[in-house]
Ligand binder design. Structure first.
Ligand SMILES: [Ca+2]
Ligand SMILES: [Ca+2]
Ligand SMILES: [Ca+2]
Length: 181
């Protein structure tokens, strides 16, 4: 049996989880990639890790209580599963980085560099994978609506089709410039 990893431990003392780490956390718990934390197994893994990050080895009663808590408090639309936005509320993810650019049509070069640096967690000079999804999620949330995972994937693919001019599957600074300048 492989050792279970708890991605939440890393953030035990953090004030907020950054948006790219949040996308990685999401992928960790949505094991069947359904776009929701919807099975007992997924919710239980999340509950157990949350208790562990709080310094407790949860009993099955505590885990059950916490899962009911998810449903009572965080399942805002009452569909008995957690969507992307609902988990973001639960985990206290950082504020949307892009709100600082609200009302602006074009960004300056310095602003585009700052934006790229914010999402480019592996410092390779481009946004790809979870970095790109986190950026897209924040873009779509500027319309003050939480996108679904399916919408994120679709929109990320659309952006790549339009702006990934060298077709390497990632958006670098100059490509982001085409999008945002
Ligand atoms: Ca799922
Ligand atoms: Ca990167
Ligand atoms: Ca590219």
């Amino acid at each position: 049996m492989t050792e279970r990893q708890n991605p939440l431990l890393k953030f035990r003392d953090a004030l907020a989880i950054d948006s790219v780490s949040f996308m990685k956390i999401w992928s960790h718990y949505d094991r069947d990639e359904s776009g929701y934390l919807d099975s007992r197994e997924e919710l239980e893994a999340l509950a157990r890790d949350l208790l562990e990050a709080g310094g407790r080895e949860g009993t099955s009663l505590e885990i059950d209580d916490l899962i009911s808590g998810f449903e009572d408090i965080f399942d805002a639309d009452g569909d008995n599963r957690l969507g992307l936005g609902e988990l973001a509320e639960l985990l206290a993810v950082e504020d949307n980085f892009l709100t600082r650019f609200n009302g602006r049509d074009a960004l300056t070069t310095a602003e585009i560099e700052a934006l790229c640096a914010h999402y480019d967690r592996d410092h390779d000079g481009a946004l790809a994978g979870d970095e790109l999804l986190a950026f897209v999620r924040d873009l779509l949330r500027r319309e003050s609506r939480e996108p679904t995972r399916a919408e994120l994937d679709l929109y990320a693919a659309t952006l790549l089709r339009s702006f990934d001019t060298d077709r390497n599957g990632r958006l670098d600074i100059s490509e982001l410039g085409e999008l945002l300048a």
